[in-house]
Design a protein around this ligand. Structure first.
Ligand code: NDP
Length: 333
């Protein structure tokens, strides 16, 4: 597969170029809004074609897939252009700034018959897949609650638009809560119905929230607690799933790396649970390629991306208003 990169981004640099190459793909071109950035980025990564116009990628029929990792407000227009050019699209989360935009992107891909995937990497990890399997096998009985610990410290090199530019999609809710929404949906196999939340801006940035806590109610009656932050250097990450017959403790698993520990606790005792340690992003690309080849769906579809955005937007609205919000899934039906 020949890929075009839309966005000369950190995530492309640190994870996705390697993931594309690890799955036998070729990174054929990179497009940035700035010619010089595209040139430097291409030189650093051995990418043959670079520039500042999307046409570089869209007019090349040998490039069949694009990976979009620009800032969030650009995803919508870039995805629509790529879909119109017949490209398969792997798009970063959050898919867009609004539910209308995200819905339009996914509907356009469906109408064009191209694959559209959301880059929710956590559901590609061996650890999350192992936790989901334990739940599905009934090892903890009926799920009562899920607690998501995803309060991290944003590295200095990423303390730009994420913490000071609401217009570019900054804020911890579109950045991390959107991932946690996908994790909850993936692990529990159901969609949050309603949320309450509080958020704060503790001074790391300007104009957007840098920490949030929220509680979600699920159709089964299970409750989900999410804590996301940019400002916690030593909190560590993890998740806990508690059921009527057991609990799962997964520590250090809300990360980009295939690491962490899982422990299952039941009446028979404590059990360490092993899991595969493949590269999360390469798995996501592999699942995308399989979908393009007609074998199954991407790890996270466009509809998964709409749903995670719907939850994140509801959390922000609940925090802004102090009022419990019903999550709006009307457009994902
Ligand atoms: P970056 O800030 O690194 O990149 C986003 C855009 O900002 C780039 O496309 C680039 O624009 C511009 N940019 C980057 N570095 C510089 C610089 N030094 N000077 C000027 N402009 C710069 O963001 P991320 O890579 O962290 O995030 C990109 C997208 O990926 C977001 O949508 C984010 O939510 C998502 N993401 C997803 C992750 C996941 O695990 N799924 C993890 C991290 C991010 P241009 O291309 O126009 O040059």
């Amino acid at each position: 597969m020949r890929w075009g990169l839309i966005g000369a981004s950190t995530i492309a640099e640190q994870h996705m170029i390697g993931a594309i190459r690890a799955t036998g793909g070729e990174v054929a071109a990179v497009v940035s809004t700035t010619k010089a950035r595209a040139r430097d980025f291409a030189a650093r990564h051995g990418i043959p074609t670079h520039g500042a116009t999307l046409a570089l990628i869209l007019d090349d029929p040998s490039i069949r897939a694009v990976y979009i990792s620009s800032t969030n407000e650009k995803h919508h227009a870039q995805a629509l252009s790529a879909i119109a050019a017949g490209k398969h699209v792997l798009c970063e989360k959050p898919l867009a700034m609004t539910l209308d935009e995200a819905t339009e992107m996914v509907a356009a891909a469906e109408a064009a018959g191209v694959i559209f995937a959301t880059n929710h990497h956590l559901r590609c990890s061996g650890s999350h897949r192992a936790v989901r399997d334990l739940i599905a096998q009934g090892r903890i009985g009926r799920v009562l609650s899920l607690r998501l610990f995803h309060a991290v410290h944003l590295p200095g090199n990423l303390q730009g638009w994420r913490i000071n530019d609401a217009g570019a999609g900054g804020g911890v809710i579109p950045d991390i809560t959107v991932h946690d929404a996908d994790v909850a949906r993936f692990l529990l196999g159901e969609d949050p119905v309603a949320v309450v939340a509080q958020m704060t801006a503790s001074g790391m940035g300007q104009g957007v929230e840098d920490s949030v806590m929220s509680v979600w109610s699920m159709p089964s009656g299970a409750m989900v607690f999410g804590h996301e932050s940019f400002t916690h250097p030593f909190a560590g990450s993890g998740l806990e799933v508690h059921g009527t017959h057991g609990s799962i403790f997964a520590r250090g698993v809300m990360t980009q790396q295939p690491k962490g520990e899982i422990e299952l606790v039941t009446a028979t005792g404590r059990e360490a649970v092993s899991f595969p340690t493949h590269n999360l992003y390469a798995q996501g690309v592999q699942d995308f390629l399989s979908a393009v080849a007609g074998q199954g769906a991407p790890a996270a579809t466009g509809r998964d991306g709409i749903a995670s955005l719907a939850v994140a937007l509801a959390v922000r609205e609940a925090a802004r208003t102090g009022i419990r919000q019903t999550v709006d899934y009307r457009r994902t039906a």
